[in-house]
Design a protein around this ligand. Structure first.
Ligand code: CU
Length: 110
């Protein structure tokens, strides 16, 4: 009788562990917070009104993005103040939707 209860409890604990493991692995992958990635490239344009920049960026392995030219939203239009088209930049992206990323940090490369 005792043996049966222990087996049952052990089985429950194992089942719980396996149920929780993928969630924990997922959390670890995202660092428990927002998913961010860094990249660098050349500023092609700044739209302060729309709070976006056009970037010709190098590949971003973390996101499996190839090199490309694209528009990206700025978390705050202020991030681009002091920059102009042609500047080499380093940037940090934060995931804000399934496939949406926003620039949360912009630094001059030189
Ligand atoms: Cu891109």
């Amino acid at each position: 009788m005792k043996f049966r209860i222990y087996t049952y409890v052990l089985f429950l604990m194992l089942a719980l562990m396996f149920a929780v493991m993928p969630v924990m692995a997922h959390e670890a992958h995202h660092g428990g917070g927002a998913m961010t990635a860094k990249g660098q490239g050349i500023l092609k344009g700044i739209d302060t009104e729309a709070s976006t920049v056009t970037l010709s960026h190098e590949p971003i392995p973390e996101l499996r993005w190839p090199a490309m030219e694209m528009d990206l939203s700025l978390r705050d239009a202020e991030l681009a103040s002091g920059f102009e088209a042609g500047d080499a930049v380093r940037f940090t992206l934060e995931q804000v939707g399934e496939t949406d990323y926003e620039i949360i940090e912009l630094q001059s490369l030189d």
